[in-house]
Write a protein that binds this ligand. Structure first.
Ligand code: SF4
Ligand code: SF4
Ligand code: SF4
Length: 286
């Protein structure tokens, strides 16, 4: 990682912009705190030196491709982010020939905040099974040959609690939710023009900021991502009150993996099980 990765990204970005293959390269640059990375939109080959890649490059930049429809764009992706590309391709939200994917083999990103970075690797990276992007046009770094097995220790810990304890835990989380919708805005799988949370007719969930409505909001959003969540953890990262949304998402991910042997975003061909229907399908539940 570091300077060598950044230089490879800069060189490829320059080539793509000079050739006119893409109009824009979406990557990372050092933020105004001089410490952590932030998204960068490079349109001019002379500006590629702004691009960096380090262990604060947390953001999933694939979300920005939704704003670039019809415009050839390159995007820098880590392994987790690359699954979001497949998700959006399979759901016909972006077109493959309009996207150039600069994949980066990722050893993990660290916990960081404004003007500070720690050496502590993010928890999601400890569970990561796609350090090498699953789709790319140009790869930076050596592919990882053996990925670890699935690990849902966090989910098991939650499931060891009683139903009452779990209900109390999630009620307490819902009480803190501000309904700011930052989780939705950062999520590559949340792209509805009219989100159910803001529809008034029918009114799926009230707009009041109160525990019952907040619980409904977070539950329905998690279900909308059931089998579609690609584990980038952007929703949890951006939550201003640190609600552990990954616990909800990963429980659904675990269920979909065990019932359907399906992990979202591993290919652009397969649609998520919960958005497809087979007439004679029986799951043998109950
Ligand atoms: S989840 Fe994997 S690919 Fe994503 S940042 Fe962590 S180690 Fe990198
Ligand atoms: S629900 Fe969260 S972890 Fe899943 S894809 Fe959306 S932002 Fe990423
Ligand atoms: S980001 Fe956090 S506080 Fe904001 S709506 Fe989502 S869960 Fe609630």
């Amino acid at each position: 990682m570091g300077a060598d990765f950044a230089q490879q990204i800069r060189d490829k970005a320059k080539e793509l912009l000079q050739e006119g293959t893409v109009e824009c390269v979406i990557g990372y640059e050092t933020g105004s705190d001089g410490v952590s990375a932030r998204p960068a939109f490079i349109y001019d080959p002379a500006a590629v030196d702004r691009l960096v890649f380090d262990n604060t490059c947390s953001h999933n930049l694939v979300k920005y491709l939704l704003d670039k429809k019809g415009k050839p764009t390159a995007v820098v992706v880590k392994g987790c982010d690359s699954r979001a590309v497949n998700l959006l391709l399979s759901e016909k939200q972006i077109e493959r020939d309009q996207v150039f994917i600069i994949g980066v083999v990722c050893p993990g990103v660290v916990e960081w905040g404004w003007n500070k970075r720690s050496e502590q690797i993010q928890q999601r990276c400890n569970w990561c099974r796609q350090h090498t992007p699953v789709v790319y046009d140009f790869l930076v770094g050596e592919p990882v040959t053996e990925e670890p097995p699935a690990d849902f220790a966090d989910v098991a810990e939650m499931e060891a609690k009683t139903t009452e304890e779990r209900a109390a835990f999630w009620r307490e989380q819902a009480e803190r939710c501000l309904r700011c919708y930052a989780c939705r805005q950062a999520c590559p799988g949340c792209y509805c023009i009219d989100c159910f949370a803001e529809e008034l007719d029918p009114e799926w969930v009230g707009i009041r900021i109160a525990p019952e409505e907040n619980l409904m909001w977070n539950t329905i959003r998690a279900f909308h991502l059931g089998g579609r969540c690609i584990s980038c953890n952007e929703c949890e990262r951006v939550c201003p009150v640190n609600i552990p949304l990954s616990l909800l998402n990963r429980k659904l991910e675990q269920e979909v993996l065990s019932l359907f042997d399906y992990q979202a975003g591993m290919s652009d061909a397969a649609l998520a099980p919960l958005i497809t229907f087979k007439k004679d399908e029986k799951l043998g539940i109950g």
